[in-house]
Design a protein around this ligand. Structure first.
Ligand code: ADP
Length: 550
């Protein structure tokens, strides 16, 4: 690849001279104001979650300066976003739009191509439009976080819940576009979006769904946030996990708020590692019949240690991964006691209905010998179950950050394959991933988000950002896990920037038929290849086959 060397701390976009870059920056500064077009020539700072950088991946698993922006742009209006796109077409600059860039574990705010220009939409575009208590919906701009929407709804005393991701500082819009999940009955974020407004790579503006039909007297269509599918091909999907448009507005369905006694979070623990298959087979029919109200999680008991935020050294001396015996020994001292698997669930409905649901759920899980049941009142105030109860009732929290303290300078990278909700598949995928963690010397932190037919097996590889060898091992392990899982048909639902090409190639049915289709659309909509080249493994014609694929 013809990536330019760093000039005075600046990484230029590929194939763009310093002179052209400076001319282009000045031109855009004249349109947006000087302060809203920043050149990234200062030392990189990793910051932390709420003060995260938009210049690079704060959780860098390759050298910090590898995935780095040349400039960051802060538009404040949709016409400004359109001007930015036209400007990028003129100078052939690769633009990487982010909402907030808190996509941690998957690349954060970083561009895929070094020297890419990051369009930070969230900084100045964070309005909430039309929170509609009757339709139970809203429209948001990219910078609206779960916290911000939650606070707005509270301040206006509206009878609505939000559905937050694990961490409340993310963008509703950004997370839904990357197909993130939450834990109320509205937890599938993309499925609960309704209508988008998108700036296309040629600078034109599109509204999807019912929004494509103008409302009376020039207003927005009155059913834009009521009916997702509208008329004709459903195009919304091509703007998620892709590089075909910059989404400037997105509608969401919100859940009508429930009272305190209309939701009940709880935990089951299971003593043996070998209970895993049975747990998964118990969940399947409960989820298919919708007796389980949300997407529950099965977590390995090691997470009970990690989520205390106290660091591995509290439980174990030395760097090698903890053995099962050591984990059990440490788990004995935690509020849930010694066990192997922990199930976090929540039931919704009237108090009588919750009672009946819990009887069914208990009957099912108590078939596992030695299983135990806990309500929030059965665990100390600082226990993670209380945070889970908040998330499952639409209250954003930051608790999931705590386990990054497992190692010094902690960072993480997500590995998230999809497997069938079947006992033998659960065992197989767990064994494959466990073997890789043992081989490469990492503790394994599995969290499974289990639906009726598939499970997201999410494991976060926690590494020390200052330990180069450890980072190299993490990358090698990731590549091996992607390849091994794909052999069994387990594909990732989302991945870190570095692995997007590899994962895209695993979806190879019909001699890469899907990739050819994506490339055809990409070339038609973005002939100059200016929008997020390489995102999700889709490279525009101008970039394809030039050595950028990893
Ligand atoms: P969050 O901060 O909620 O985790 P990000 O802003 O990091 O979300 O978004 C995740 C990814 O989704 C980005 O890296 C980008 O590829 C894509 N994305 C986010 N916002 C937009 C947008 N408004 N238009 C197009 N793509 C976007």
């Amino acid at each position: 690849p013809t990536s330019s060397p760093q000039t005075n701390g600046l990484r230029l976009p590929p194939d763009v001279s310093l002179e052209t870059f400076e001319t282009a920056i000045k031109e855009l500064q004249n349109i947006l104001g000087e302060a809203n077009v920043e050149v990234n020539d200062k030392p990189l700072k990793d910051g932390w979650y709420l003060d995260h950088p938009n210049t690079h991946d704060t959780f860098h698993v390759i050298p910090q300066s590898s995935l780095v922006a040349s400039a960051i742009i802060y538009p404040s209006t949709v016409p400004e976003v359109q001007s930015i796109v036209c400007w990028a077409n003129k100078y052939l600059l690769p633009l990487y739009p982010i909402s907030l860039g808190r996509n941690l574990g998957y690349g954060g705010a970083a561009p895929r191509v070094p020297g890419g220009v990051v369009v930070d939409l969230g900084r100045r575009m964070h309005s909430i439009f039309n929170i509609d208590a009757e339709n139970a919906s809203c429209v948001v701009e990219p910078g609206v976080t779960y916290f911000r929407l939650y606070e707005e709804i509270q301040a206006r005393k509206l009878p609505l819940w939000i559905d937050t991701a694990d961490l409340g500082g993310g963008s509703l819009l950004g997370n839904a576009l990357d197909r993130g999940v939450g834990y109320t009955p509205y937890g599938d974020h993309f499925a609960n979006h309704c209508g988008m407004e998108v700036v296309l790579p040629d600078g034109s503006l599109l509204r999807t769904g019912m929004g494509a039909m103008p409302g009376p007297e020039g207003k927005d269509n009155p059913t834009w946030q009521s009916f997702q599918h509208a008329y004709g091909p459903a195009v919304d999907g091509i703007f998620s996990q892709s590089n075909l448009g910059i989404v400037t507005k997105m509608g969401f369905h919100l859940m009508p708020a429930l009272n305190e006694n209309e939701h009940q979070s709880y935990v089951f623990t299971f003593p043996r590692d070998g209970d895993f298959e049975q747990i998964v087979d118990i969940i399947r029919p409960l989820a298919q019949k919708r007796i389980l109200g949300n997407i529950p999680q099965i977590r390995h008991v090691i997470q009970e240690l990690a989520v205390t935020g106290r660091g591995k050294e509290t439980f174990h001396e030395g760097k090698r991964p903890m053995t099962d015996d050591e984990i059990h020994e440490a788990a004995k001292k935690t509020p849930l006691g010694d066990c192997s698997w922990v199930f976090y669930g929540c039931q919704y409905g009237s108090p009588e209905s919750i009672k009946q649901q819990l009887e069914i759920v208990k009957d099912a899980f108590f078939k596992v010998e030695g299983s135990k049941f806990f309500l929030p009142e059965n665990v100390p105030p600082g226990h993670y179950l209380h945070d889970r109860a908040r998330v499952c009732s639409g209250v954003p929290v930051l608790r999931e950050l705590d386990w990054v303290n497992w190692v010094p300078n902690g960072a993480h990278m997500g590995f998230s394959p999809i497997a069938p909700t079947l006992g033998p598949s659960a065992r197989l995928i767990h064994d494959l991933i466990r073997a890789a963690h043992i081989k490469y010397g990492f503790d394994l932190f599995p969290t499974l988000c289990v639906a009726g037919r598939e499970m997201h097996y999410i494991t976060n590889i926690v590494f020390d950002r200052s330990d180069v060898a450890m980072k190299e091992r993490a990358v090698a392990m990731m590549r091996e896990m992607i390849a091994t899982c794909a052999k069994h048909g387990f594909g990732e639902y989302r991945t870190h920037l570095l692995f997007m090409d590899q994962v895209a190639r695993t979806y190879s049915w019909g001699d890469q038929a899907l990739m050819r289709f994506n490339e055809t659309i990409k070339d038609a909509l973005d002939p100059n290849g200016i929008l997020s080249p390489g995102r999700n493994g889709i490279w525009p014609k101008r970039w394809r086959g030039k050595g950028w694929e990893l």
